[in-house]
Ligand binder design. Structure first.
Ligand code: SF4
Length: 289
């Protein structure tokens, strides 16, 4: 009986996360004291490793120790937080991902011109809070096509007004397509900006294709990572899919019973965790044989 374990090529750290982690490590290598506003990425193991090197996590600008370099994570921060950090004369290193900064400029310019901004994404996610804070005019968020339809029903004037629409960088590409159809039909004055980042698009597409060919998908990532949750959602549409944080979460029976296993990982999952999961799966299969 043929069997296989296939790792998605796009699994693991994306460009923006890699850049943020490298920045923190290079500051530490230079002997600097480093503080991040919130955990640098949604991955407990990486956060623990960095804590071991002395990285402090502050929840608010007041908590940042004045002798530490403050690193802004790849999601960016709301404008008022950025201003407060500046006012406190802290040394700031900004690791906001360029894909996120691009959305900041789009909404800043569009709302200055008078556009109402619509944001596809999770209204509580730090990236979305940062985007919304840069809208000087009215701004609304919606999670999916159902919420968008609801929004347009409750605020019918949005159909007539000049609106600009952006998406959270990690928004689900399939749901975005459905939202675009609604917007093109109902909001003829809307300017649509396709701001889902290319790393997210290819990761989601590969996860969908791979899960179609497998009977089990292992999705590796933090339980609080939104892009990992989206991967799990996509894969679950095609085959049995499980979310694990590390190799220790693998269930032997599950690995033994599946013939074709696909593996993908969220943007905050480091390569060594992916390697551990793959070798643990090989071990389980070899013992089973
Ligand atoms: S997922 Fe995309 S936007 Fe977010 S940090 Fe990675 S590359 Fe940047």
């Amino acid at each position: 009986m043929s069997s296989s374990i296939t790792l998605a090529e796009t699994a693991g750290f994306c460009f923006g996360v890699n850049r943020a982690i490298e920045l923190v490590n290079s500051l530490l290598d230079d002997g600097k004291k480093v503080c991040t506003l919130g955990p640098i990425i949604h991955n407990e193991q990486v956060v623990q490793q960095l804590a071991g090197r002395g990285v402090v996590i502050a929840e608010t600008p007041e908590e940042v120790p004045p002798d530490h370099v403050l690193v802004i994570r790849s999601h960016g921060v709301p404008l008022e937080v950025f201003r407060e950090l500046k006012q406190r004369n802290l040394v700031i290193q900004d690791a906001t991902c360029p894909f996120v900064s691009k959305i900041h400029s789009i909404v800043t310019n569009a709302s200055q011109k008078g556009d109402i901004i619509l944001i596809a994404g999770n209204s509580e996610h730090p990236e979305v809070l940062g985007i919304k804070s840069r809208c000087s005019n009215a701004a609304y968020t919606f999670r999916d096509d159902t919420e968008l339809s609801e929004l347009l029903k409750n605020h019918p004037y949005l159909k007539e007004k000049s609106v600009s629409v952006v998406a959270q960088t990690t928004f689900n590409t399939e749901i975005w397509k459905k939202c675009l159809e609604i917007l093109k039909k109902d909001c003829t004055n809307a300017t649509l900006f396709d701001t889902i980042c290319s790393a997210t698009q290819s990761r989601q597409q590969e996860a969908a294709e791979l899960s179609e060919k497998c009977d089990l998908m292992i999705v590796i990532g933090g339980t609080n990572s939104s892009n990992t949750a989206k991967l799990l959602h996509i894969c679950s549409g095609h085959c049995r899919s499980v979310l694990i944080q590390t190799a220790a979460d693998l269930t032997s029976d599950e690995v033994k019973n599946a013939r074709h296993i696909g593996v993908t990982a969220g943007a905050s999952t480091p390569a060594d965790i992916i390697r551990d999961v793959l070798s643990r799966m090989e071990e389980i299969r070899n013992t089973a044989g």
